[in-house]
Design a protein around this ligand. Structure first.
Ligand code: FEO
Length: 175
């Protein structure tokens, strides 16, 4: 396997584990602020991120490549609001998308077809994940950042009935 691509995949693991760690912390914060629908959604996102990391690890192991797990920093434990928290999730996802796109370019340059197939799955997954967070942020802007509007959005997340939410959101890691 191309050395640059191998390093890139190992480096990328940090973003997936960091996202998982942060989303788990976010879920705890949301639950303690009585937003249980948001909290359940964030727990699912955290689990999906671990599955994403595992997909890269499995790919490297299948190809007899060295896996180097990263150190993960302590995540924040406080957020200003559910909206601020979701904006941070979107920024996280955009950073992951940028990293996936860089890996894709490396895989194409190396003519590494197995890596291209793997990364194509992630390209689609990132599009869905960003769309899901944008849907939530859009509902918050319409419904309000506090009170009944926010509770309505929480209920939509609890019942998986939010309009505009990609159908695969929350299940992306399972594919
Ligand atoms: Fe695995 Fe949400 O990026």
């Amino acid at each position: 396997m191309n050395a640059k691509l191998l390093k890139g995949m190992n480096d990328h693991l940090k973003l997936e584990f960091k996202a998982s760690h942060e989303y788990r912390a976010m879920s705890a914060w949301l639950a303690t602020h009585d937003l249980t629908g948001f909290a359940t959604w964030m727990t699912q996102q955290s689990s999906d991120e671990l599955l994403h990391a595992q997909k890269f690890i499995d790919h490297l192991v299948e190809r007899d490549q060295k896996v180097e797990l990263p150190a993960i920093a302590q995540p924040p434990s406080e957020w200003e609001s559910a909206e601020a928290l979701c904006r941070h999730v979107l920024e996280n996802e955009q950073a992951v998308t940028a990293s996936i796109e860089e890996l894709y370019v490396m895989a194409e340059a190396a003519k590494d077809r197995p890596a291209i197939v793997l990364l194509q799955w992630f390209v689609n997954e990132q599009m869905e994940e960003e769309a899901a967070v944008r849907a939530i942020l859009g509902r918050i802007r319409l419904g309000g950042t506090t009170g009944v509007g926010l509770l309505m959005i929480d209920q939509e997340l609890a019942t998986n009935s939010m309009p505009g939410m990609p159908s695969a959101a929350g299940t992306g890691g399972a594919a």
